[in-house]
Design a protein around this ligand. Structure first.
Ligand code: C2E
Ligand code: MG
Ligand code: MG
Length: 823
């Protein structure tokens, strides 16, 4: 078949040419004859692909190479031939001979040659491209993950601020879904106050003036919450380098901002005008503010690390600080007035607040102390008080304070049972002095008067000025006895008058002044303070009317009593020298009418007034101290008598009881005095009995006991006078070297009518018995009293029933008659 041969030859030639051209191509080329379904040509590149030599490769059936069945491949080829298959390249992973996976792109096309259809298969190695593609994809996934999963808000927006993408974190922050955010403009959720600033930034990006901006701005979430964010926006350029969109990084800094605000507030508050300091839990100072530095005088450097003890003034005791910390421990807080010391040494009052700062674990982490200085306030208060309660000229209490003090004195005198006195002092002729010498001199005079008045009274007393030349004095807690209180008042008033009588040096001139005083006594609140003031005022006018420079009492009887007393005192001073005192002897007897001795009772034979009872002058003697020489005289006289009686049959055994006053016994040298009297008179100490009263036992009892023992050791006896009227402590009684209790006459008097007195009398007898002491009843006036006492167990008596106090001669007469007659 020449034609066929010729055409075959031509076809081969054609193929050869085609093949030669193909050798130059990098792609692998396989040519399959459709009819025979055999490879008729492969190029070098194809061999390289397959890593096979041409002969080997060409022998492989194409469907084996294609990895399918022959029928499938034929179908594929036919589709190509008939144009029913698109020419889209096929990307696939093919295996080479050595099974290496290679990504290839396969293109097939049908070519009609003279001998029929051939299928040209071009295989291109696309591994490199595939690798690059895979890497790109992986990177894309990674970045998307970063974008989507980041805990930071991320958004992509166009240059007008409309979001193109937003991540979950931002969506969550703003309260929208991601889908909702896309397409939304930043103006939708940006705080109106921050929008203009951000738009300005975006414009600058658009204009190429910047490619990044950062701002702290506020968002408003969908729920309307205010959020603070730290926003970092970067421009993304297009391929020409022109910005076309932005990436925003959004950090939620709301908490930080809130903390910052709080810190700022705290810092501002800390730097306020209130002085403040902060310590750690152990009380070491960490920080002080400016006001604290100014107030204390210490700089921060000087106090940090130290404790607030540094500021203590020493005015408060340990108890104060202990209570303070106890309160802080209990309540977490303490407030109060504290006196501290500044660096310069000045002590000042401050109002201090200490608060404990508690950490999250409930423990105290710090203490904050804040204070304000109240020294000015204190000064103002004092000034106001001074204005309200004190007289500006003299500094003395004014009427308001006087009335207040008077009411207090009234109440406390009612409680204590002691009389107090109210005195109105008016300066005689002050008006004349003021008119002639002028007010300045007048004021100077009043000031001097105020000073003199104050120096005449005790600390507890009040000297006030009502105005003008009216001064008022309260003498408080004088005496339980009205008469004694009157006497004390009179004495003080006399002293005041004397003091005011002294010359005054006034501006070169010497001035003389006198005053008139009106006094009234009070105890309790029976009369009102106003009435008391009226009484004293009225009395003062009486004193003035009576000739000035005197003191008058509101109660005329008291006036007389006081005058008499003053006169008595005057006389008393001379009575001793003039030997106006004498002793009376009162018998002390036993049940069998036997006389055992006498009590000596002093009498004052006044040249004008006649015989004066000791009840009238002993208190006066005690007050003036004249009791000492008087007591000495009595003791000496009694001892002389004892010495005289010694050896005289009927009197030899008699004892003499001598009353000893408290003041006398308390004399340091009392023991020595008694012993020396005994010695000088030669009296037998065992015949001497000292009568003491319970009031001796109120204080310094050890010393009293010591003295008693010293005297007792010499044989002197002791009787406790007026027993039952005082407050003897039984424990003391046991320790005293007593010989006898003397039942007071007040119990004896009513022993038959008052069951209480009877009971007391009996009790005293029993008590004396149990203490191993003798007992004597005084003031026995009747046989019935004597009988009662005898039945009760008392066997010694003294009283008018047996004999009145008698002058010595009469007494000796009585004593010599045995048995003693009953009076
Ligand atoms: P006193 O020591 O309790 O003396 C007893 C007082 O009772 C005496 O009063 C006496 O006269 C009185 N009296 C005696 N028997 C009776 C009686 O049956 N009925 C009544 N109604 N009274 C009777 P007098 O002498 O006025 O002495 C009063 C107080 O003066 C004494 O109380 C004594 O405390 C004190 N006193 C007297 N002489 C002295 C003395 O020399 N020195 C001291 N320090 N005080 C003396
Ligand atoms: Mg007596
Ligand atoms: Mg008595």
């Amino acid at each position: 078949m020449p034609r066929s041969n010729k055409s075959k030859k031509r076809s081969e030639e054609e193929l050869q040419r085609f093949a030669a051209a193909m050798e130059a191509i990098d792609d692998g080329i396989f040519i399959v004859d459709r009819a025979s379904m055999r490879l008729i040509h492969v190029n070098d590149a194809a061999c390289r692909f397959r890593n096979q030599v041409r002969e080997e490769l060409i022998a492989i059936e194409p469907w084996v190479l294609a990895g399918m069945s022959r029928a499938e491949l034929e179908e594929t080829y036919d589709a190509l031939i008939t144009g029913h298959s698109d020419a889209t390249p096929l990307e696939t992973q093919r295996f080479g001979k050595d099974e290496a996976a290679v990504w290839v792109e396969i293109r097939r096309h049908a070519q009609l040659l003279q001998d029929g259809w051939t299928i040209v298969i071009m295989v291109r190695d696309i591994s490199a491209r595939k690798l690059a593609e895979a890497a790109l994809h992986a990177s894309e996934v990674r970045f998307r993950n970063v974008f989507e999963k980041a805990y930071t808000g991320l958004a992509i927006a166009d240059l007008s601020g409309t979001l193109l993408e937003a991540n979950e974190c931002l969506a969550h922050l703003l309260g929208y879904t991601r889908q909702e955010l896309v397409g939304m403009n930043i103006g939708h959720f940006t705080h109106p106050d921050d929008l203009a600033a951000e738009r300005a930034f975006l414009e600058e990006i658009q204009a190429g003036k910047r490619d990044v901006y950062r701002m702290e701005k506020r968002y408003l979430s969908r729920q309307g919450d205010l959020l603070w964010v730290d926003l970092l926006v970067t421009a993304v350029p297009d391929e020409h380098g022109k910005p076309f969109e932005t990436i925003g990084l959004i950090l939620d800094i709301t908490d930080r901002k809130r903390a910052e605000t709080e810190l700022r507030i705290a810092a501002t508050a800390f730097d306020s005008d209130t002085a403040m300091l902060v310590t750690d839990a152990d009380g070491h100072i960490l920080k002080i503010n400016k006001a604290m530095a100014e107030s204390s005088g210490y700089s921060a450097d000087e106090v940090v690390g130290r404790t607030p003890k540094l500021f203590q003034s020493g005015r408060h005791g340990e108890d104060f600080y202990r209570d303070m910390w106890e309160t802080i421990r209990r309540t977490g807080r303490w407030q109060g007035e504290v006196w501290d010391r500044r660096k310069c040494g000045e002590v000042y009052p401050k109002w201090l607040t200490i608060s404990a700062v508690v950490g999250t674990d409930g423990g105290v982490t710090n203490y904050i102390g804040s204070h304000y200085d109240i020294s000015e306030q204190k000064k103002a208060e004092e000034k106001i008080e001074a204005l309200a309660f004190f007289d500006q000229l003299t500094g003395l209490p004014n009427r308001t304070l006087l009335l207040d003090r008077l009411k207090q004195a009234m109440t406390s005198s009612g409680r204590s049972g002691r009389y107090s006195a109210l005195l109105f002092v008016d300066l005689d002729n002050f008006k004349t002095l003021n008119d002639t010498l002028g007010h300045v001199i007048g004021d100077a005079f009043l000031t001097l008067v105020a000073q003199r008045l104050k120096s005449c009274v005790r600390e507890v007393d009040t000297v006030a000025r009502l105005g003008g030349d009216d001064f008022v004095i309260i003498l408080s807690s004088l005496s339980a006895s009205e008469a004694e209180a009157a006497v004390s008042t009179e004495a003080i008033a006399e002293n005041i008058l004397a003091s005011l009588n002294l010359p005054y040096q006034l501006n070169e001139a010497i001035h003389h002044g006198t005053a008139s005083i009106g006094a009234t006594l009070f105890k309790g609140t029976r009369i009102s303070s106003e009435d008391l003031m009226k009484q004293a005022d009225l009395t003062m006018y009486k004193a003035k009317a009576a000739g000035r420079n005197t003191c008058h009492f509101f109660d005329p009887a008291m006036e007389i009593a006081v005058r008499e007393r003053a006169a008595l005192e005057k006389d008393f001073r001379t009575a001793l020298d003039d030997q106006q005192f004498l002793l009376h002897y009162q018998a002390q007897v036993t049940s069998g009418q036997r006389m055992i001795g006498a009590e000596v009772l002093v009498r004052w034979q006044h040249p004008q007034r006649g015989m004066i009872s000791p009840a009238d002058f002993i208190p006066l003697a005690e007050e003036t101290g004249l009791i000492l020489p008087l007591g000495h005289w009595v003791l000496e006289a009694a001892c002389k008598q004892l010495a005289k009686w010694a050896g005289q049959g009927e009197f030899d055994a008699l004892t003499i009881a001598v009353n000893v006053s408290v003041r006398q016994f308390r004399q340091v040298d009392f023991v020595a005095e008694v012993l020396s009297v005994l010695k000088s008179t030669g009296a037998n100490p065992s015949r001497l009995k000292l009568e003491l009263t319970e009031s001796l036992l109120v204080d310094n009892v050890e010393n009293i006991i010591e003295k008693m023992f010293a005297l007792k050791a010499k044989g002197i006896g002791f009787s406790l006078d007026d027993f039952g009227t005082g407050y003897s402590s039984l424990s003391y009684l046991k320790r005293l070297p007593l010989d006898q209790l003397k039942i007071d006459q007040s119990f004896v008097r009513d022993v038959l009518i008052d069951p209480n007195d009877a009971a007391i009398a009996r009790t005293i007898v029993a008590l004396a018995d149990s203490l191993g002491l003798g007992v004597i009843a005084e003031g026995v006036e009747t046989a019935a009293q004597r009988d009662f006492l005898e039945a009760a167990g008392c066997h010694a008596y003294q009283g008018y029933f047996f004999g009145r106090p008698l002058a010595l001669d009469d007494f000796e007469l009585l004593a010599s008659r045995v048995p003693m007659p009953i009076q």
